[in-house]
Structures are given as C-alpha cells and as structure tokens.
Design a protein around this ligand. Structure first.
Ligand SMILES: Cc1cc2nc3c(=O)[nH]c(=O)nc-3n(C[C@H](O)[C@H](O)[C@H](O)COP(=O)(O)OP(=O)(O)OC[C@H]3O[C@@H](n4cnc5c(N)ncnc54)[C@H](O)[C@@H]3O)c2cc1C
Length: 292
C-alpha cells in the first residue's frame, strides 16, 4: 500500500518543530520512528497534510540518571536503546524488561519511546511499566513547556492530553526508594506480539510490610491505568499469596476488557487474575532480594 500525498518538513530544533505543529493544528503529525504513523497513513487511518520529522533534531535520544532527578530519557531514545541500556537495567529494570518484549529488533531499532507513548495504545509495553514507575512527561511547546503525570496523559485509545503544537520532549522517572522491586508481565500469542493482557507492578518494602505499590494494567480498558483498589489492599500489609489473590480480584473488577481480534473479554478477565497475582509475588520477591 502506498503512502498518501504529504509535505515533508525537517526542522532542526524542537522549538521550530513545535511552531510548525502549532501553525497547522489537526493537519500536521510529528514523525519519529514511523512504526505506528506510517502504518496508519498507509491504511488511511491518518492522512496528515504535513509530516514533521523529529529525528532531524539532534540531542533528543539521551538516557541519563542521577540520584536526585532519577532517570531522564529523551523522547527520541529508541526502544532497543532502553532494552540495552546499563543505566536503565541498573535503576529501572522493569522498563528494560518491557522494552525487551516489544515487537522485533528491527522495529525496536527505529521505534522511539516518545512515539510509543504518544501513540496511546492501551496495549503498549514500555508506557505501562512507566506508569507503575510514577513517570511524568515534559511536553514542549514553542517558548515553553509543562509537566504531566503519565497516568493522566492518556484519555482514550489514540487520544492524549497533548495540545496542538506540543511535543513530548522528555520522560522523567523519579528515583526509587531502597527495597523497591518490580515485575512486568505480558500475555500475548508470542512473547513479542501485541499484549492481550499486561501488568506492571512496582512495590516497596519496609521490613515485612508493603510500604507502597503501583500496579498498572494494559489492554483491559480504553487506556492503560493504575488499579487503585488492588494497590490499597496491599499497602501497609504483609503480602501473602492469599492477599495477592484478593488484590488480583480487585484488579479484575476495576478492568473493562473488550472482545477484539486478540482475545475475548471473558478470557482477558481470567488472565488478569492470574498474571496480576504472579506479578505481585514476583515484585515482592524482587524487593526482598534488594530490588531495582
Ligand atoms: C509490527 C509491529 C509490532 C509492534 N509491536 C509492539 C509491541 O509489541 N509493543 C508496543 O508497545 N508497541 C508495538 N508496536 C507499536 C510501535 O512500534 C510503538 O508504539 C513505537 O514505539 C512507536 O514509536 P515510533 O517512534 O515509531 O512512533 P511514530 O510512528 O513515529 O509516531 C507514533 C505517533 O506518535 C506521534 N509522535 C511521535 N513522537 C512524538 C513526540 N515526541 N511527541 C508527540 N507526538 C509524537 C506521531 O505523530 C504518531 O501519532 C508495534 C508496531 C509494529 C508495526
């Protein structure tokens, strides 16, 4: 299938890219790796008049860490670079795990984290791990920027709070407390297929007690989301298999799965129960062993 006609623009700075986007609201799309955008254009699900290539802007693919700021990732960092990064593996292992089960190496080599987030698929992998890590996004616009929590960024499938002229500039993961463990589990036809159900758990221990936990669920509602009831059931308690089971049941109740080509809603509900419990127990074990 051929791409529809469009005008290609290659800005040199982020500010220039934001200005161009703002000048043509609804008619211009940023292009990063193109693994979502070009497919949608070929299928005529998106027909932008202007395609603004972000990859001509240098210095937006960094991955850095420091004790006070935590992990900072430029929006153009590729999914493969997250999978391979020693920094990510050392400070946020579940992000490297989630990146590692995204598609094939060919896709990961060009696909960016910013594109993965902006595409707003409820089945996306790295964004779900980032929700459980308490991540925020820096959204740049011409002459300014704002910061939003990633869990507040998604408003529906393919829909976000991005305003015309805004571009995701940076992904910020706060530093994690000692004895924080994590787990990312994806249930799919094959390991690197699009998720049928996915779960990310990040859990901190204080002695034997759960001092805080974030549980993100993917592919079981219109957006990826945190299951607050399940989190509330675990917080302040000593986690046992039985308690993890009760929390997983709460996660099922909070989900709104649908039937689609990858699975039936009923199947998804049953799967959430199993993998949420498994992810809680894995994150607990990880925290006991010293964690992320
Ligand atoms: C065969 C195949 C398999 C896949 N498997 C998986 C999988 O297993 N898991 C998974 O999570 N994803 C998967 N994907 C989806 C895709 O690869 C990811 O979502 C990818 O990270 C998108 O990044 P990109 O740089 O290619 O985005 P692009 O396609 O360039 O852009 C995606 C969208 O985001 C916008 N955009 C891009 N960058 C920015 C920015 N910085 N700020 C604002 N808007 C921006 C674009 O305008 C577009 O609307 C798969 C895709 C394909 C084709």
């Amino acid at each position: 299938m051929r791409l529809p006609h469009f005008e290609y623009v290659a800005p040199r700075t982020l500010d220039e890219a934001c200005s161009l986007l703002a000048m043509a609201p609804g008619e211009a799309s940023p292009l990063a790796g193109g693994t979502d955008l070009l497919v949608k254009m070929k299928q005529r699900r998106s027909i932008p008049r202007y395609v603004i290539n972000l990859k001509t802007i240098s210095g937006m693919d960094y991955i850095t860490y420091d004790e006070s700021d935590g992990l900072r990732i430029g929006a153009l960092a590729t999914i493969q670079s997250l999978k391979n990064s020693i920094t990510v593996k050392r400070h946020c292992r579940i992000l490297a795990q989630a990146a590692g089960v995204e598609s094939s190496v060919q896709i990961r080599n060009v696909a960016t984290l910013g594109g993965n987030i902006a595409n707003a698929s409820p089945a996306a992998d790295a964004p779900l791990a980032l929700i459980a890590l308490g991540t925020s996004l820096v959204l740049a616009r011409s002459g300014g920027q704002r910061e939003v929590l990633l869990e507040d960024f998604f408003v529906g499938p393919g829909k976000t709070v991005l305003q015309p002229g805004e571009i995701i500039r940076e992904i910020r993961v706060p530093p994690l407390s000692p004895r924080t463990g994590g787990a990312y589990l994806k249930h799919a036809m094959r390991r690197t297929d699009i998720a049928i159900v996915s779960v990310a758990v990040v859990l901190t221990l204080d002695g034997d007690l759960c001092n805080g936990v974030k549980i993100g669920l993917g592919s079981v509602a219109l957006t990826a989301f945190r299951t607050r009831k399940a989190e509330g059931l675990l917080t302040g308690k000593k986690i046992t298999e039985e308690l993890a089971d009760v929390a997983a049941q709460a996660a099922v109740q909070e989900s709104r799965p649908i039937d689609d080509i990858r699975g039936y809603a009923e199947y998804r509900g049953k799967t959430i129960l199993g993998i949420t419990k498994q992810a809680i127990m894995q994150a607990l074990q990880d925290a006991r062993l010293g964690g992320i």
